[in-house]
Design a protein around this ligand. Sequence first.
Ligand SMILES: *Cc1c(COP(=O)(O)O)cnc(C)c1O
Length: 382
Amino acid sequence: MKGFTTRAIHIGEDPSQMQYGDVISPIHLSTTFAKERIEDVEKGYVYSRTSNPTRDRLEKKLASLEGGKYALAFSSGLAAESTILLSLLHKGDEVIAFDDLYGGTKRLFNEVMAKYGINFKYIDMTQADNVNNEITERTRMIWIETPTNPLLKLADIRCISEIAGHDIIVVVDNTFATPYFQRPLELGADIVVHSVTKYLGGHSDVVGGAVIVNDNDLHEKLRFHQNAIGAILSPFDSWLVMRGLKTLSLRMERHEYNAKNIAKYLEEHPNVQRVYYPGLKSHPQYELAKTQMSGFGGMLSFEIKGGLEKAKKFVESLELFALAESLGGVESLIEIPAVMTHASLSPNELNKIGISNSLIRVSVGIEDLDDLINDIETAFSV
Ligand SMILES: *Cc1c(COP(=O)(O)O)cnc(C)c1O
């Protein structure tokens, strides 16, 4: 098999299959496809919700990068998640989930799926044994996010997949690590889900999602529901994600280089209480990070001394780090989870997970490291 970057560039882009030898796949906007004969109406492409040549090529590329047989592209990460849940769960089923999940995922679970009789149990998955204790005969799915948002906690995918065995479906949200640094299917997970909006798209210009699997039956069910529910990725957005994926490895190397150096810088800084980054030796799961991931990613969080007031002043004083939600683009972003991305959680929930008012989350971009550090240094001094 060819290397990751070669596949990211070449899979789904085959000039010999293009009408004019295009080096770049065209964007197929057609919603419907004409046939010569009645016998052929069900053959090949029929209608673009069901399948579309541009989306197909993206799906091939995504499957290859995650080390899976099949990928499906959706109109957002949450559309991908909804389709997984609606495809595979029934009334009365139980899902065990990491308590430090992306806020929108929790909202989907608690305020949408719970209405249909699906039960969600949240636990601290940093200890794989905790999963063992929660499994009942109703448990159908385990939902992992690793590293988590915003505290960069890890769950041991290999160990939890072993505990789950054959009957419980293990889903891993791989948005933070990306397939460049972590491939859950190779560690025993059944389903990988992505917010393509983040690193895979990589340029903060497309909202999308993806699901990757190896199992034929799972794929059949998910593909049926992708078409039946209809939350598909558009041809243009599919093309943007294909374009983004070609530089994923280069971007991730640089995101990581910048994040690692900023994490080390912050750890030494007198205004900083604590830094959360899986690539620091001080991270409680540093050893797991080294075995499960081939790199530590571009996300980090830290506690600033001086509480919410100081945190607000700091993030508003930065010049290069945009004060914004979302993550994974080439530009650096910064936010305060307690009042922004995680504001929908109650003080009690925030407290339980460990998200304080002085926690700052950083999506470290690929700008020049010195410029980023100078910007931070200046903001600390105002
Ligand atoms: C953003 C995000 C999602 C949701 O994806 P959307 O594309 O915004 O719908 C899910 N999981 C994680 C970890 C995310 O960061």
